[in-house]
Design a protein around this ligand. Structure first.
Ligand SMILES: Nc1ncnc2c1ncn2[C@@H]1O[C@H](COP(=O)(O)OP(=O)(O)O)[C@@H](O)[C@H]1O
Ligand SMILES: [Mg+2]
Length: 274
C-alpha cells in the first residue's frame, strides 16, 4: 500500500484538484484506491460525487480508531460506475472515499499528541483493500495535516507559480523537514507540482523559473496549466478521464504522468535561501 498526502499550507492552490486528478488516473489504471478527505470542508468528497453524511465520516472513524473499518465505512465514488469494467478481473473498479466533514475538525489542533497523530496510520494499517491511498489535506499544519503525514510514505506539495504560493511552499518544505526529523524519519517528499500555470503571464513564467531554481529536480513534470473547463468538470463531479474533449484528454494524460512519477523515488527537495 502506498500512502500519499497532498499538501500545502496555503488554501486554494489546487490540493483537492490534484487529489481528484490523481484519483481519476488511478481509476483509469485500475489501481484500487482510497481517497481520505481530511479537509473538514469535504471538497474532495463532493468532487468524487459523494455526499458528506456525518455518520461514517473520517472524523468519526478517527475518533473510533481502535475499531474503525475504513474499507467498510468508505463510500464508493460514482465515478466507478462510469469506468470501463475490467473484463478479466472479478472485482470491479475500486475508488472509495473516506468522506470528509466538519467533525474531523476536533483533531485540527496545533497540540496533538503522538498517540492522536497515529490514529489514521493505525486505521490504514488494518486495511488490505487498497493499493493506493491519497490524503487530501487541509491548508494548515495543525493536527489533521500532521496526522496525514504520520500515515504517509510521501508528501506531494502543490503550489501556484505566484509569490505567496512559492514562499508558502518553501515554508511547507521546512515544516516537513522538521516533522520528518521528529516523528517520521522515513517520510519523503514526492515533489512539488506547479498548478494553474498561465503561460501568457510574464509574472507566472518568472515564478515558474524561480521554482525551478528553488526546488530543482523536486519540481515535478508536467506542470499543470490553468484550465478553463476545470470547474465545470469538478462541478459535475466527473473524473477528468471521463470528460469529453481534447483539453480534458490532455489534462488526464498529465495526471497519468504524475501518478507514474509517484511510484519512482525522487531526490529530496533542495532549497535556496533568498
Ligand atoms: N489547473 C487549474 N485550472 C483551473 N482551475 C483550477 C485549477 N486547479 C484548481 N483550480 C480551481 O481553483 C480552485 C481551488 O482549487 P482547489 O483544488 O479547491 O484548491 P485547494 O484544495 O488547495 O484549496 C477551485 O475552484 C478549482 O476548481
Ligand atoms: Mg481543498
Amino acid at each position: 500500500m502506498q500512502v500519499v498526502s497532498i499538501s500545502s499550507l496555503k488554501g486554494g492552490v489546487g490540493k483537492t484538484s490534484v487529489t481528484l486528478g490523481l484519483a481519476s488516473a488511478a481509476l483509469a489504471a485500475g489501481i484500487p484506491t482510497l481517497v481520505v478527505d481530511l479537509d473538514p470542508h469535504a471538497d474532495a468528497s463532493t468532487g468524487l460525487g459523494v455526499e458528506p453524511n456525518g455518520e461514517n465520516d473520517i472524523g468519526h472513524l478517527l475518533k473510533n480508531a481502535r475499531r474503525a473499518d475504513i474499507a467498510a465505512a468508505a463510500a464508493p465514488s460514482p465515478w466507478t460506475t462510469r469506468a470501463p469494467q475490467a473484463g478479466q478481473t472479478q472485482q470491479g473498479p475500486v475508488l472509495d472515499v473516506a468522506v470528509g466533514g466538519a467533525f474531523s475538525g476536533i483533531y485540527d489542533r496545533p497540540d496533538l499528541k503522538l498517540r492522536n497523530l497515529r490514529r489514521l496510520q493505525n486505521i490504514l494499517a488494518r486495511q488490505s483493500k487498497y493499493q493506493l491511498v491519497l490524503i487530501d489535506c487541509p491548508p494548515s499544519l495543525n493536527g489533521l495535516t500532521r496526522m496525514a503525514w504520520t500515515a504517509s510514505q510521501r508528501v506531494l506539495l502543490v503550489a501556484e507559480p505566484s509569490l505567496f504560493s512559492v514562499a508558502g511552499t518553501e515554508r511547507t518544505l521546512r515544516a516537513l523537514e522538521l516533522f520528518r526529523k521528529e516523528f517520521v524519519p522515513g517520510l519523503q517528499t514526492a515533489g512539488v507540482v506547479a498548478n494553474r500555470f498561465r503561460d501568457s503571464s510574464a509574472e507566472q513564467r518568472f515564478r515558474l523559473d524561480e521554482m525551478r531554481t528553488m526546488f530543482g529536480d523536486s519540481l515535478l513534470s508536467p506542470v499543470l496549466p490553468d484550465q478553463s473547463n476545470w470547474q465545470q468538470i469538478q462541478g459535475a463531479a466527473y473524473a477528468v478521464h471521463q470528460w469529453p474533449g481534447e483539453a480534458a484528454r490532455h489534462a488526464a494524460a498529465r495526471f497519468d504522468e504524475l501518478l507514474r512519477g509517484l511510484s519512482t523515488s525522487r531526490p529530496e527537495a533542495s532549497r535556496t535561501t533568498r
